[in-house]
Design a protein. Sequence first.
Length: 198
Amino acid sequence: MDPFEAGRVRALESLMRDLEAGRVDPDVIPLLSLLNSSPSYYTTSSCSGRIQLAATRLPGEKFRMVVIAKWHRPLRPRELREVLAASRHPDLWLAVQGPILHVACKSPEAALALLDAARRAGLKHSGIQGLSERVMVELLSPDRVEAPLRLGGVDVMRGRVLDEFVERANEVLLRAKSRLNRLASELRKMLEGGEERI
């Protein structure tokens, strides 16, 4: 078995275990099924998009950040207020992150075809992440929000302002998730067009 096929077998076995354990975002399952149905691709990780509350002095401090809560669906303002009230962290940031998928491609041609479909679907921050016995592609949505909700122990958003912010954060999340359906549509067109091209 060649290295790409061996990696594909391992990745699909891992995905099946995660599906059985309920560790895969339901919103992304149809897209994973579509990608993994092609012999030219297999997925290694995925997220359908999320809203996350984290304790950190600055966003992006991956190893110093503590995730307080996360939601892969629109958030209710009351839920956020309850989490904020229960947290004693002096600095809290809310982030909306769009879908992200990592896909192993059998060839550079397959990677470029996938990137073309992703860009047509609006995932314009996608790109090639590595070249070896497989070509790793990261599919990334441009939809993102990061905003402080508490700085130095002071809540910077309250009441109607916080409710309005949650509403807009939800809009960004839903817009980002809609790109998954657009990507699935573009992938179907690409795969039905004949995999001999890739």
